[in-house]
Design a protein around this ligand. Structure first.
Ligand code: AMP
Length: 282
């Protein structure tokens, strides 16, 4: 695996590679890698001739300074895991490489209502930050395929919109959520949970599974309320439990029994905020 820190070096390296290959897969991450990240790398290796991963903790997507400060860093283990799993190039930029002269951080992306609902509502500015970093990374890496996780459902929609907005010819591949044995969605932030919290955190997924089992056509008000109350009883502090149309994330209060739905949750356990989602009917 080649490790590159400068955007220019990526360009030079890619020029050589591009002459010889037709597909470049890209897996952007913020590090503290787990099996979920590695599953994206593996998918990319299945589909593409060359796979590039990046590790960059993007400051502009953190609406909470403390969350940014406490974001886990496990660089040595990450490099080992990427190497072991056959990553071809690791792009490891510092902040000046991504935001030279701070010009890029001023870009604004027209995300419409996607920016103000669910995660957007509770993390103002978050998706602008995601677009800033992904837009810059896509310009540097210029991949043919981009691999991202369904775990961040709304982010998938935002990145799809970004690709449209920028008119990029990139195939977006959304990969399934990898979970711990107890159902907890794997996440870098899980490193901040103690053993007991890690057990308790699985309740988020159990709640979503319960909604999947109980959903019936008609009003969904009671189902959402019951799920929220359940998590509160289990000592979570939920930001939202929502049911939305799977294709556009419009909240659904009355279900006709046919529309494809996704249930999404965001909740704090202690001071760690976790998100998860599950497709209900598809
Ligand atoms: P992050 O490092 O959290 O920014 O995540 C990098 C990529 O990995 C994103 O596309 C995430 O959606 C994806 N990802 C995070 N957790 C999981 C998981 N449990 N299973 C599959 N993909 C994941």
């Amino acid at each position: 695996m080649i490790i590159l820190k400068h955007a220019d070096d990526i360009g030079i390296q890619l020029k050589k590679i591009k002459a010889a290959t037709s597909s470049i897969g890209f897996v952007p991450t913020m590090g503290a890698l787990h099996k979920g990240h590695i599953s994206l790398l593996q998918k990319s290796k299945e589909v593409c001739e060359i796979t590039i991963c990046s590790i960059f903790i993007n400051p502009t997507q953190f609406n909470n300074a403390d969350d940014f400060k406490k974001y886990p860093v496990t660089l040595e283990q990450d490099i080992y895991a990427l190497e072991k799993n056959g990553c071809d190039i690791l792009f490891l930029p510092d902040v000046n490489e991504i935001y030279p002269g701070e010009t890029i951080s001023k870009n604004h992306f027209n995300l419409g209502y996607l920016e103000t609902i669910l995660e957007g509502k509770y993390r103002p500015g978050h998706f602008q930050g995601v677009c800033q970093v992904v837009s810059r990374l896509l310009k540097i890496v210029a991949p043919t395929h981009l691999f991202i996780g369904q775990k961040d459902y709304q982010q998938c929609m935002v990145i799809k919109r970004l690709i449209e907005l920028e008119g990029l010819n990139i195939e977006l591949i959304i990969c399934p959520t990898l979970r711990e044995e107890n159902g907890l969605a794997m996440s870098s932030r899980n490193l901040r949970l103690d053993e007991q919290q890690r057990e308790e955190a699985a309740e988020i997924y159990k709640t979503l599974l319960g909604m999947q089992q109980k959903i019936k056509p008609g009003s969904l008000h009671h189902l959402k309320k019951e799920a929220t109350e359940y998590l509160i009883k289990k000592n979570f502090n939920p930001d939202y439990i929502e049911i939305a149309e799977a294709g556009n994330l419009n909240p659904v209060n009355e279900w006709d029994g046919t529309a494809h739905l996704v249930a999404l949750a965001a909740a704090f356990i202690g001071d760690v905020r976790l998100i998860d989602n599950i497709l209900l009917k598809h």
